[in-house]
Design a protein around this ligand. Structure first.
Ligand SMILES: Nc1nc2c(ncn2[C@@H]2O[C@H](COP(=O)(O)OP(=O)(O)O)[C@@H](O)[C@H]2O)c(=O)[nH]1
Ligand SMILES: [Mg+2]
Length: 260
């Protein structure tokens, strides 16, 4: 029992000495020490974030419902189109080595591919994934393009003005899908039409008071007709057919940003 009492007294003495010691330190030095400590922790957190971000291997498949995202997802993963699958309401997600790279398996960095549902009610899903995206494949139905042009352009406009996309300069591939059909529009035609449509959106949205706008950033160069080349992130166009497995341009795009 006596030992315990001794210990108590000793502990009290120590804590007193500790406080006295702290009190003896000039406040300026104390603040400096705290400052240095805070600074290093913040620096540590920032560098961890930077490292995790640069290591992202997430590619998003986005676009309107019916453009062919789910077929492309299976085509990239399995090399087949899995026809007969129902329209997905939840994102299809997977981390895998692209099907055509399977022979080299083991040495290749897998891709985290997310098939984000295009239904407008599910758009917030896309915003969930944007912060981790390394690249975005925006799929457009080249067959039924004209009736969908406006809606597709609005969706793409929302993506191109999103804070994550602008700040992280996330590259976007405008992928004109279903080119297996002769009546499909060409990628040049689709690019021009969508640029025109985005130009209209840009003009109408900048006319409204800025407070009403949900878009984070404006795009394009003031006084010039909109072109995708004006975006600070890289926007390229490609053609594909999920149905017949023509996905070479998509794969090249993915591997440009997620080095194998
Ligand atoms: N002709 C043609 N039809 C396709 C192609 N890709 C998808 N489709 C059809 O388009 C419809 C929608 O495809 P889906 O992948 O479910 O689109 P999602 O809503 O974007 O996921 C389906 O009936 C597919 O068979 C394609 O490359 N060529
Ligand atoms: Mg789908």
């Amino acid at each position: 029992m006596e030992n315990l009492e001794d210990l108590k007294i000793l502990a009290e003495q120590w804590s007193h000495q500790g406080i006295e010691y702290l009190q003896k330190i000039p406040p300026s030095q104390l603040y400096a020490a705290i400052g240095v400590l805070l600074f290093t922790t913040i620096l540590l957190f920032l560098s961890i974030r930077l490292v995790t971000r640069t290591k992202s291997n997430t590619v998003l498949l986005s676009g309107l419902t019916g453009s062919g995202k789910t077929v492309l997802f299976y085509q990239l993963r399995d090399g087949s189109s899995h026809q007969g699958t129902v329209t997905s309401m939840e994102p299809n997600e997977g981390t895998f080595v692209l099907h055509s790279e399977n022979t080299k398996k083991g040495k290749i960095k897998p891709v985290h591919l997310v098939d984000v549902p295009g239904h407008s009610r599910l758009r917030p899903k896309l915003e969930e994934f944007l912060p981790q995206a390394a690249a975005i494949v925006f799929v457009v139905d080249a067959l039924e393009f004209l009736p969908n042009c406006r809606a597709a352009s609005e969706y793409l406009y929302d993506i191109l003005t999103n804070a994550n996309v602008v700040k992280n300069k996330i590259p976007v591939l405008l992928c004109c899908n279903k080119t297996d059909k002769l009546t499909a529009h060409t990628k040049e035609f689709i690019r021009k039409q969508m640029e025109k449509e985005i130009e209209k959106l840009r003009a109408s949205r900048s006319a409204v008071s800025t407070a009403d706008i949900a878009n984070d950033f404006t795009i394009g160069i003031e006084g010039q007709v909109f072109s995708f080349s004006h975006c600070c992130n890289k926007v390229t166009v490609a053609e594909s057919s999920g149905l017949t497995g023509e996905t070479a341009e998509i794969q090249d795009f993915i591997r440009e940003y997620i080095k194998p």
